[in-house]
Structures are given as C-alpha cells and as structure tokens.
Design a protein around this ligand. Structure first.
Ligand code: EPZ
Length: 436
C-alpha cells in the first residue's frame, strides 16, 4: 500500500518508442460486474483489467454472498440465492463506483443500504440524483446514524420497484447506469431523460439486451427500459462479455507520446471514442496517425513547438474530465496561454499546484479554471498522487521533466492502471516501483 514510483526524467528528449497495449476499461468492467446481480446464471467476463478497483468490486460482491472467480484478465461471477443487501462500508467508502450496486440490489431484493460512497477526492460527489431517482421508482429512503458514520437505506414497498420517468439534472454517468440496471427488473416501463452518453453506457446496455433486457435508445440521451415480468432475471446463457478498451488510459498514453516519444503506437484502443482529445492535440500541432484500433504519435524533431489550446471539459462526446489533468501537463509545454476550464467537478484542479512546484507556469483563476503559460521547463520532484487520473498526469510530468521524481500514493494509480510501470518501461521510460 505504500509503494512509490521512481522516474528518471527525459529532459525533453524524445526517447520513448514502440507499442503500448491498452487495457480493458475500468469504468466499463466495474459496471458489468455490478450487473451480474441481475442474472440467474453465471456472468463471464474477459479482458478485465487487473486493477485495484476491480479487486475492490470483487470483494464487495463476495461480501454480499456472490461467488467471484478471477483469473488472468478473466472474471466469472455467480449471484445466486439469498444475498446480503448492505454494502460493506470499508470497501464502498474507497470507491465511487460502488454506488451502481444499489440499482440491481434494490431492484432484485427490494432493499439496499450503503455508506456515502467514497472514491477520488475531486469534489463533493453528492448522491441527490440517486435519492430522487429511486424515489421516482417508488422506493423509500432513510438515513441511519451508525458508529461508522451515516448509512443510507432504500426500500421498495412490496419488494418491487415501479417503472417511472426519471429526468437527470446532469447527465450523470453512474446515475444513468444505476437506473438502467434497476429498470431492467422494475415493474413496467422506465424512461431516463438527459441520460449520459459515455460509450461505456451503451456497451453495458448491449450486454444487458443480449441477456434478455429490453432497452431502447442506447447511445442517445433518452433511454427506455421495459422491465422483466414477475421475478424473472437476465440470463447470459454462456455468452462472454469482452471489456471494451479504456479510452482514458489510451488518451493518457497518446499525451505522453506527444511529449516524449519519437514514435509510440498506442495499440488496441477505439480512436472514435477519443475525438475530442485528438482534435485538441491536432490543433496544438501534434501529428497523429490514426488507425482503426491504434493511434501512433511522436516525432524525431527536438525543436517542435506545440501551440497553446483552450480546453473545456464536457460530458461525452466533449473533452473528458478524466483527461483534463494529463492534458494540462501537455499544455505546460505548449507555446502561449491555454485556459483549462473544468466544468464537471469542483475539486479537480488541485493537482496544478504540484505542477507549479515542478516549474510549470499555472495561475488559478477560480475553482473551475486555470491559466497555463508555456513552454515551461519541468524539474523532477517528490509528488503525491491525489487521485488516479492526476496520478497518471504526474507520471507524464515526471517523464517530461529534467531530473528524477518520486510519486507516492501509487495505490491511487494502481486503482485504474494495470502494471503501468511495466508497460511504460517497455517503451523506454525509466520507471521503477519501490515497495517500502
Ligand atoms: C463517472 O463518475 C466516472 N466514474 C468518473 O471517473 C468520471 O470522471 C465521471 O463519470 C464523469 O465522466 C465511474 O464511472 C466509476 P457524474 P460519476 O455522476 O458518475 C454531479 C475515474 O477516474 N452529481 O457523471 O460519479 C457530480 O458532482 C472517475 O474513473 C450530482 O450533483 O460522475 C458531478 O458534478 C473519476 N449528484 C456531475 O454530477 C449526484 O447524485 C457529474 O458526475 C451525482 C452526480
């Protein structure tokens, strides 16, 4: 738990080259694992990333009484018989995605209890959308004070949710996924308006429909779900779910390549899920070779000058908030002034202070905006990874810097990136894991 990374900076040299494979998407795999609670038979998954959050989700499901068997990037889950419906506070406080378990648990067993879900410290992370949505589906909500803090409890009268119309104030990703799963077993039809459009949601819906769900409108902001009759559950019937590529991991590697590679091929990604990033990098003067399942980036020229570009994060298909920190590192090396506007989370710019400590020229404008002036040479430093996406941004900054860096709280990086130091070493970065 106290591992740290040692990284030797490239001082602006372009030494990275080769091919780096992209893992399965954390934010797709976690939701399909939760969806296993909707199934009468075994759910088989492939290309599952070997990351801490997947282990935590496995622990949560096992704690409820499910049988989870994990192999080499394979996971099988059986959620048979009478299961518990109270989420383990120790585990769910460490991972925001635990909240999606409420949908299947409440829909199948008529009740669920949970602590305030944890996860990255990137803002307050309220759950009002979940409370309002479950109430619309007929559930009763209560809060109990317990020694370990507040426990939220939802209960469906008669053990069954009723289909309803849900309007989401923000197109929340996990709220969309949670109600999508709950509606599969609710009585009657549910519509979700202003649903999030992230590709992982359509991916989940396709998997559920293949297993007997009746979801319409996938890929659009209006979803319509007709609940299964009576106590029916979904059936996978032996079909295997293959986790889609992680677009955030792929985007981070492309940014790293733009700064430090002579030629880096990011293999096994979906470039069509990265249009906002690729557009921003192209506007900054980065040359990209975009294939069907790969992006190649880099140049041999040491004198290349990138142009500053303004970034405004936005729900998909806009610029992903999860790539905001890595992109800011890139902008510290671009010529001119770039305004970075984080519109989704109010606490997702805190990492910028550490970059300033490395030599970046970043001026905070307000809780949602920073002004980045470049190019500014970065110097290696001791860093603490505040969350998994800023953690990867620090790896990129350390790689571009002059001198060496240590990154502490590597658990935060291991939450979302599988064997990151092995894969980066293979393309030429001097990065070592030091276990204390
Ligand atoms: C998901 O978080 C992802 N997490 C996040 O990735 C990602 O940054 C985020 O979507 C946006 O793309 C998972 O899928 C596990 P939201 P989520 O609900 O669903 C507000 C990572 O690194 N809101 O879409 O929690 C909220 O405060 C993580 O993998 C409410 O106000 O994000 C935010 O401002 C970090 N009330 C906005 O909605 C609610 O009840 C969007 O949040 C719920 C959310």
């Amino acid at each position: 738990m106290n591992d740290r990374f040692f990284i030797r900076g490239l001082s602006g040299a372009r030494e990275l080259s080769g091919t780096i494979p992209v893992s399965g998407a954390k934010n797709a795999a976690l939701k399909v694992m939760a969806a296993a609670l909707l199934f009468r038979d075994e759910v088989r998954m492939e290309n599952v990333p070997a990351i801490e959050d997947v282990k935590r989700m496995s622990d949560l499901l096992a704690d409820l009484g499910c049988k989870v068997v994990s192999g080499k990037r394979r996971t099988t889950i059986r959620c048979f018989g009478k299961l518990r419906t109270d989420l383990s506070p120790d585990i769910s406080k460490r991972m925001r995605s635990s909240i999606v378990l409420t949908g299947p648990l409440l829909a199948r067993f008529g009740e669920v209890s949970l602590p305030h879900p944890g996860g990255c410290v990137i803002g307050e992370r309220p759950i009002d959308f979940f409370i309002n949505g479950f109430r619309a589906l007929g559930a009763k909500f209560s809060i109990a004070g317990t020694p370990s803090g507040k426990t939220y409890r939802f209960r469906a009268p008669g053990g069954k949710l009723r289909g309803a119309h849900i309007f989401l104030k923000n197109p929340s990703v996990t709220a969309t996924e949670t109600f999508l799963m709950a509606a599969v077993l609710a009585e009657g039809t549910t519509t979700i308006e202003n649903a999030a459009l992230e590709p992982e949601i359509a991916d989940l819906a396709v998997f559920l429909n293949r297993s007997g769900a009746r979801i319409e409108g996938m890929g659009t902001s209006e979803l319509r779900i007709r609940g299964l009759p009576g106590s029916a559950l979904l059936r996978a019937r032996g079909a295997v779910y293959t986790t889609m590529p992680d677009r955030i991991e792929a985007g981070s590697f492309i940014i790293l390549g733009a700064l430090c590679a002579k030629k880096l091929r990011v293999e096994g990604c979906e470039p069509r899920h990265l249009k906002a990033l690729l557009d921003a990098l192209s506007s900054a003067g980065v040359s990209l070779e975009v294939g069907k399942r790969h992006v190649t980036v880099g140049t041999r020229s040491r004198r290349i000058r990138f142009r500053a570009v303004n970034i405004k994060t936005h729900e998909y298909p806009g610029f992903p908030t999860d790539l905001q920190a890595p992109m800011t590192v890139f902008l510290t090396q671009a010529s001119g002034e770039s305004l970075v506007f984080e519109t989704i989370f109010e606490g997702r710019l805190n990492y910028a202070e550490a970059l300033t400590g490395m030599g970046a020229d970043i001026t905070p404008m307000d809780p949602h905006r920073i002004l980045v002036k470049g190019p500014a040479a970065l110097r290696g430093k001791k860093l603490e990874s505040p969350d998994l996406r800023a953690g990867l941004a620090f790896i990129i900054a350390a790689a571009a810097a002059r001198g060496s860096s240590y990154i502490h709280n590597v658990y935060n990086i291991d939450r979302g990136y599988e064997r990151i130091e092995e894969r980066l070493s293979r393309v030429g970065l001097h990065i070592r894991r030091l276990s204390s």
